[in-house]
Design a protein around this ligand. Structure first.
Ligand code: 5RP
Length: 229
């Protein structure tokens, strides 16, 4: 989908930010537009503080002149604006395509509201077409992998479980120093059960199912920006 559509969705979210707000800053190509547009408003006098969800976003926000803080200093954020890899009609999400799911979930959970910005290609009837990113500890990777594979079989997964690579033969490493396993489900018919089962595996740090966390989504299509509530 075009960068223009992502930017249109981002612009709608930026319009909701007012002075005094503490704002979670998402990660990914759509969130990148949001940070850039927010930076323009900060340059024009908007007085906010941002909490980035990745090192990449932190760097971009600094370059854009957005004052930054963290969740040790701030008790609660007003709003988080972030992209998504998939969203369904209930605004349940798959996130983590960019590998930032752990910080994204921590920041969203500390926010009064989470707004997703996306283009229309991200909207699905049932989550699972996009491989579910699962952040895991390096220690005991084999055991964690086998435990996840068992859960995938129990949930009738249609595809494989793959260690994410940054380059050929080189594992992708998250900002927290963990690894990512991408789980190809095809369709996830019982997301709540899957979430609980994955979090029960000791080596799983977090997964990319964001259930009942998002309050509103701005979805940009060639016919305009739709608001999903
Ligand atoms: C990063 C994410 C992103 O929000 C998600 O991958 C969407 O990215 P993009 O806007 O580039 O499609 O979850 O961890």
């Amino acid at each position: 989908m075009s960068e223009a559509l992502k930017r249109e969705a981002a612009a709608r979210a930026v319009a909701e930010i007012t002075s005094g707000m503490k704002v979670g800053l998402g990660t990914g190509s759509t969130a990148r537009h949001f940070v850039e547009l927010l930076g323009e408003r900060v340059a024009a006098g908007l007085d906010i503080v941002g909490v980035p969800t990745s090192e990449v976003t932190a760097r971009q926000a600094r370059e854009c002149g957005i004052p930054l803080s963290d969740l040790d200093t701030l008790e609660r954020l007003d709003i988080t604006v972030d992209g998504a890899d998939e969203l369904d009609a209930d605004l349940n999400l798959i996130k983590g395509g960019g590998g930032a799911l752990l910080r994204e979930k921590i920041v969203a959970a500390a926010s009064g509201a989470m707004i997703v910005i996306a283009d229309g290609s991200k909207v699905v009837d049932t989550l699972g077409r996009f491989p579910l990113p699962i952040e895991v500890n390096r220690f005991g990777l084999g055991a964690t992998r086998r435990a996840i594979a068992d859960i995938m079989a129990a949930h009738s997964a249609e595809g494989a479980l793959k260690l994410r690579e940054a380059a050929a033969g080189e594992a992708f490493q998250t900002d927290g120093g963990h690894l990512i396993l991408d789980a190809f489900f095809g369709r996830i018919s019982r997301p709540e059960a899957l979430s609980a089962e994955l979090l029960d595996i000791p080596g799983v740090v977090q997964h990319g199912l964001f259930l009942k966390m998002c309050r509103k989504a701005y979805v940009a299509t060639p016919n305009g920006v739709e608001t999903l509530l």
